[in-house]
Design a protein around this ligand. Structure first.
Ligand SMILES: [Zn+2]
Length: 120
């Protein structure tokens, strides 16, 4: 298997978000700015995002990494999985925010996945 690169990881995340995700705005408990149902299932990714906490692109990238790397992440316990995903999220988000073109793609894609009813 070829090693993951930042490039292939972003491509995987884009595919997951654009083709299989929905994002709902919700007030989430302390300690959570987003969560996801269905990560690693190959099916629908139901993301919830707390509008008043994290940024939408950050949380969508984060939850997509959980999905895309779900096979790899099975060898970590929950706390370590979170640490790995958060580190990769930071690298991916830095890459996205430093590129006008990438930022435009993520802006559009995450806006489209927001459920109409929860759009504000
Ligand atoms: Zn997480």
């Amino acid at each position: 298997m070829r090693p993951w690169t930042l490039d292939s990881l972003e491509r995987g995340c884009r595919k997951a978000v654009a083709q299989r995700s929905s994002i709902k705005i919700a007030a989430l408990p302390v300690g959570y700015d987003a969560d996801v149902e269905g990560a690693g299932s190959g099916g629908r990714l139901r993301m919830r995002h707390d509008l008043h906490k994290g940024g939408l692109i950050e949380t969508a990238v984060h939850e997509a990494v959980h999905d895309v790397l779900s096979d790899v992440l099975t060898c970590f316990d929950e706390a370590l999985e979170e640490a790995v995903v958060t580190a990769l999220e930071a690298d991916l988000v830095r890459r996205i925010m430093n590129s006008k073109r990438r930022l435009a793609w993520w802006r559009k894609a995450t806006s489209r996945r927001l459920k109409k009813r929860s759009r504000r």
